[in-house]
Design a protein around this ligand. Structure first.
Ligand code: FAD
Ligand code: NAD
Ligand code: ISD
Length: 426
């Protein structure tokens, strides 16, 4: 048994939703496009899962955060897909792909063929077992990648009010979930191996600003060590964690955010891989001309850096998805994808944005004892990255605009003196 489509999007996450909207803008016909997703719901804005979804009062719930509300565009409900003749094949895992025959085989045994395939399979959360620690399947050990994870985490949080949570990992998930746990009146310890939080992006000075605030909210930072094992009660519930430094922490709830791996497995040996993802060119096309890859799973040329990167952020997923659709539907007029990396987070009442690359010397500006400050990264005489906490819409737009220009910086002390004024003035 089987079905045939002109366009197939494999994966039903952020990139899939934005690709679907773009297909309709470019004029896809009824029945030409399908989305196949292991998840049982239509594409949604994944970032909501560690923020609004975990609020104690009026938490965000579907259908409120289906794509593409995160970019202030239409909210694509299941009804929208139906009305636009797009087949949503949900709750369906693709278990193998045959690039030569242009077919996908689902776990239910259906063969789906395509003329063009967009791979938007995203990533999976790394498990503690991959680091030699067992216990991930205990009822109060939570990961956070999809709606099912978030629903379980919200349930466990509800029963843990006033109790103790241990957050394993000091990256994006660790920081955002720790803030949500505090807001839910749960005591938090954060455990991670680095000397400071958000090691991939923050400098020690930026990290210290946020860590001090978290500490003022009662968060206990346990740095430079990792989990060695869980302590279980007779029912198999985790009651504590033992750390490699010999200390122990009590736990009613454990949240694990120790990074991701892109879902490339179906295509290994069939498409060229790079930097842990699927290698694409500047039109998001893989080593097979009928197959495109977008979002977390794609390693694409970032023109401004002159090298390929795999970015794990929602803005890249949205924009790469739209661009791939344009390249498929309007091949003669679609330019190269010219993307400026953009990362952001919102925790408590903080809100920061980062554009570009965190490479080279760091020049700080603003008031680190107040509510607005930032930093520039200067590499080989050019401004290559900008970070801003507590900026206005216009200020964020200014750091994005100027970072894209990669202006020459002759005098670092003058850049420091001008601070935010440097970008606002350009
Ligand atoms: P995903 O959104 O992960 O979608 C992949 C889809 O493919 C899923 O539906 C999955 O089930 C499906 N799939 C995979 N394999 C198969 C298969 N074999 N068969 C069928 N379906 C399959 N980024 C930011 O920039 N800002 C944020 O604030 C932010 N917050 C986040 C909060 C959380 C909790 C998480 C987990 C991520 C967050 N991110 C954030 C990252 C951002 O969500 C991702 O970069 C983005 O979702 C990537 O989109 P994607 O479509 O590539 O992958
Ligand atoms: P991450 O890469 O941001 O952070 C991983 C953290 O786990 C790091 O602190 C790392 O040192 C730590 N770690 C690694 N191995 C460990 C171990 N064995 N024991 C303890 N700690 C360990 O990944 P994440 O926080 O898991 O986030 C997952 C994905 O979700 C990423 O792609 C991220 O970009 C995305 N995300 C993004 C946002 C955002 O952009 N605002 C928010 C949430 C999630
Ligand atoms: O995907 C990412 C991410 O989360 C970062 O912090 O890329 C960056 C780099 O690690 C820093 O430029």
């Amino acid at each position: 048994m089987g079905r045939a489509f002109v366009y197939v999007i494999l994966g039903g996450g952020v990139a899939a939703g934005y690709a679907a909207l773009e297909f309709t803008k470019k004029g896809v016909s009824n029945g030409e496009l399908c989305i196949i997703s292991e998840e049982s719901v239509a594409p949604y804005e994944r970032p909501a899962l560690s923020k609004g979804f975990l609020l104690p009062e009026a938490p965000a719930r579907l259908p409120a955060f289906h794509t593409c509300v995160g970019a202030n565009e239409e909210r694509l409900t299941p009804k929208w897909y139906k009305e636009h003749g797009i087949e949503l094949i949900l709750g369906t895992r693709v278990k193998s792909a045959d690039i030569r025959r242009k077919t996908l085989l689902t776990a239910a045994g259906e063969t789906i063929s395509y003329k063009f395939l967009i791979i938007a399979t995203g990533a999976r959360a790394l498990k503690l077992e991959e680091f030699g620690v067992s216990g991930s399947d205990a009822e109060n050990v939570c990961y956070l990648r999809d709606l099912a994870d978030a629903t379980r985490l919200a349930d466990v949080m509800q029963t843990s009010t006033g109790g103790n949570a241990v957050v394993i990992g000091g990256g994006y998930i660790g920081m955002e979930v720790a803030a949500s746990l505090v807001i839910n009146k749960i005591n938090v310890s954060m455990v991670f191996p680095e000397p400071h939080c958000m090691g991939r992006l923050f400098t020690p000075k930026i990290a210290s600003y946020y860590e001090e605030f978290y500490k003022s909210k009662g968060v206990n930072f346990v740095k430079g060590t990792v989990l060695s094992s869980f302590v279980f009660d007779p029912e198999g519930k985790v009651t504590g964690v033992d750390l490699k430094d010999g200390s122990s922490l009590p736990a009613d709830l454990v949240v694990v955010g120790i990074g991701i791996r892109p879902n490339t497995g179906l295509f290994e040996g069939q498409l060229t891989l790079e930097k842990g993802g699927i290698k694409v060119n500047s039109l998001l096309q893989t080593s097979n001309s009928s197959v495109y890859a977008v979002g977390d799973v794609a390693s694409f040329p970032v023109k401004i850096f002159g090298e390929s990167r795999r970015l794990e952020h929602v803005d890249a997923a949205r924009k790469s998805a739209r661009h791939a659709v344009a390249a498929i539907m309007e091949p003669d007029t679609t330019p190269e994808f010219d993307y400026l990396p953009f990362f952001y987070s919102r925790v408590f009442s903080f809100s920061w944005q980062f554009y570009g690359d965190n490479l080279g010397e760091v020049i700080y500006f603003g008031d680190f004892s107040g509510t607005s400050f930032g930093a520039y990264w200067v590499h080989k005489g050019h401004l290559v990255g900008s970070f801003l906490e507590g900026g206005s819409k216009e200020e964020y737009e200014a750091i994005a605009r100027v970072t894209r220009l990669k202006p020459a910086i002759d005098d670092l002390s003058e850049l420091e003196r001008q601070g935010l004024g440097f970008v606002v003035g350009l």
